[in-house]
Write a protein that binds this ligand. Structure first.
Ligand code: G3H
Ligand code: 13P
Ligand code: ZN
Length: 304
């Protein structure tokens, strides 16, 4: 089927109390790993692309690839711009046929964030959904970085949604981007999430939600990586967030680690191989396993 919007996917998820995985892609291989798994499990999925991924792969290449690969499956998928920090990113994505965009003004003042998000909503015209973010996620990951976590204020969230008319809101409740989310115990502020949910009814989004499972980190490290002190969000807290109203969960880091672990293991065990298709396939298989685990965790299995 043709690509659908995030609103289409998320309204159903909200009603039925599950979440749709938004998986970051930047090349053909990760796209294929995500779409094949979603198809196999009859799950909807969001194909997320950041501005830096677009810079890497080219917006025309990515959008035609996603339309060709994801747009012909029997499971519903959207093509979503992740963390568009400039209004010109939004314009480019809408022009290139993205079905959903995130305008990320979370680093700006409240008023400036409202002002720009409203502009993004106008640019998106009907047919493209808009996600915005309020509050700040800590963590450092390429172009998405901040040093401290500022939780979303529920009252401000209500005002923000009313004034901007966004279709979905990303909230800061303790998660962060990348592989180093927590120094001590992983704590999500489910109490804040509940307060936000009471005040607004647009779909809520959880960024920085990778689990950074020990097994994958250890596997990558066993075969030569040095990913030290990494820690993510435990599954039990993801389930709690979904129960309390999150219906889009963003995953990038887990697939990066999985891919790396697969490629490293393959190359270590097969030092004579120099055909990239072989070792890349090993990375893709690990991404497929990771996406399968996420789809089951989020409850979107057989929801297509
Ligand atoms: O939140 C999004 C990503 O994990 C950061 O991605 O390295 O493609 O900018 P990027
Ligand atoms: P992770 O770094 O936890 O995978 O988060 C990804 C994300 O939020 C993309 O927008
Ligand atoms: Zn994010």
């Amino acid at each position: 089927m043709v690509l659908v919007t995030n609103s289409y996917l998320l309204k159903k998820a909200q009603r039925k109390k599950y979440a749709v995985g938004a998986f970051n892609i930047y090349n053909l291989e990760v796209l294929l790993a995500v779409t094949r798994t979603a198809k196999e499990l009859k799950s909807p999925a969001i194909i997320s692309v950041t501005p830096s991924a677009l810079k890497y792969a080219g917006i025309a290449n990515i959008s035609s690839l996603v339309k060709k690969v994801a747009g012909k499956l029997k499971v519903p998928m959207s093509l979503h711009l992740d963390h568009g920090k400039e209004l010109k990113d939004i314009k480019k994505a809408v022009t290139a046929g993205f079905t959903s965009v995130m305008y990320d003004g979370s680093a700006l003042s409240f008023e400036k964030n409202v002002k720009n998000t409203k502009k993004a909503v106008i640019m998106a015209k009907s047919g493209v959904s808009v996600e915005a973010e309020l509050g700040t996620l800590s963590g450092v990951e390429d172009e998405v970085s901040s040093s401290k976590n500022i939780y979303t204020d529920p009252e401000q969230a209500k005002e923000f949604v009313q004034r901007t008319g966004v279709d979905a809101l990303a909230v800061a409740i303790g998660t962060s981007h990348g592989a180093y989310k927590f120094k001590g115990d992983a704590i999500l502020r489910i109490d804040i999430l509940k307060e936000i949910r009471k005040k607004i009814d647009v779909p809520l989004v959880l960024h920085g939600a990778s689990g950074v499972k020990k097994a994958f980190v250890q596997k990558a490290n066993h075969y030569g990586a040095e990913i030290l002190g990494a820690k993510g969000v435990p599954d039990v807290q993801i389930r709690a967030a979904i129960r309390e109203g999150v219906c889009k969960v963003n995953i990038d880091t887990d697939n990066r680690i999985a891919f790396t672990a697969g490629v490293r293991e393959f190359l270590h065990n097969n030092p004579e191989v120099f055909d990239p298709r072989k070792y890349i396939l090993a990375g893709m298989e690990e991404v497929e396993r990771t996406v399968e685990q996420k789809i089951k965790l989020f409850g979107s299995f057989k929801r297509a």
